[in-house]
Design a protein around this ligand. Sequence first.
Ligand code: PLP
Length: 438
Amino acid sequence: MEMSAFGTKLTNRSGILQLMDDLGKKGTEGLTMYGLGGGNPARIQEVEEMYRKEMETLLQNGDSFEQAIAHYDAPQGRMNFVHSIASSLSQEYGWDLGEENVAITNGSQSAMFYLFNLLSGTFTTDKGKEYKRTILFPLMPEYVGYADQGVESDTFVSVPSLCTYFDNHTFKYQIDFEKVSHYLDEHSRIGVDGMVGAMCISRPTNPSGNVLTDEEVMTLSTMAEAHHIPLIIDSAYGLPFPRIVFTENATPFWNENIILSMSLSKIGLPAIRTGIVVAKPEIIQALSNINAIAALASGSMGQVLAGPLFDNGTLIHFANKYVQPFYKKKSAQAQQYIQQEFAGKPYWYHVSEGAIFLWLYLPHLTIPTIQFYQKLKEKGVITVPGEYSFFGHEEQKKGHPYPHPHYDKCLRINYSGEDECVRKGIEIISKTYDEYRF
Ligand code: PLP
């Protein structure tokens, strides 16, 4: 079949396709599978009960259920849910939000797709000259699910992270602010190819579990403002919900120049696909218009279930009371498994500051992690190879690897599964490392 440039670009075998295929398709017959791959969140009893109760109320309350399923919402979202979000975030954080500041999408993955392609790609100056804008990712490695979202090619650029090692086999990435600032200064001219159209971070960062501090976010926000571009903060794991953040110096952050993307996926509803964007009105209007064309409207059920939980504060309360402590404990347990299983071997992992992953660095691997991932898969262990999380560097256009020492030596491990599954998976990773290390 012949395909358009759009088709060719988006049907390539992407990292995110492999990851989602691993999640959704059956493994090899007869092989016990240890799913440490994709981003499936855990089932948390209290959270499930919260939604079940909401669903029961809906079913018992006259024709509320039929009202929920029988109409399309506006492309911007279900307006009473939009209102709930705007008023609950305004009350809680003092942000000056109205309905015009909130849009709902079919999962935050779609929101990011819309945003990236709204703010990067071909632009035209007042005088009719065409030029290309980019999205700058200031902390690479970043979320594998972004890597192929640009409809036009070469619209994503990035700055490799700095790294500090600690003496307990952990390390932490930092933004190279000097390089980011320099890059922005060099790529800020309207009408010139390569102008940065927006910056984007995930906070917590997928895959590393890094959480940018308030100070770091403030610095990025100031830089973005100085260059008249928005800063996108993808808070799929973060603040104010599901609050899978283990550090103290991170609070919810928004201003008129920030596009804050949130999701109900990691607080129990990945199957219902509900993304929430908070931004200035012109961005919200643009997202709504795109949503009308791409999807007519977003799914209603997540909005119907979560609306009352925002209104009465339960959702944010449960994030604090159940979700955050649940993952904090799971992370500590998984770190213990790593320390046990890898004792005496050369290994490091990123300090676990948030999200549902541990990011394991195996410096003595003799094969790239893309191959190591295959070897593990043959043994039933599903992980995510690190290479897909390094994208947007000039060197890659020349066919070279991403210039970061961790590029082909890291695995992303989702620790939210059953403890024994996580432990056994890590044990197999460690034993397989013995086969492929110097
Ligand atoms: N952003 C990040 C950083 C993610 O890890 C994910 C999913 O795992 C998403 C966005 C998309 O999530 P959803 O579309 O389920 O809201």
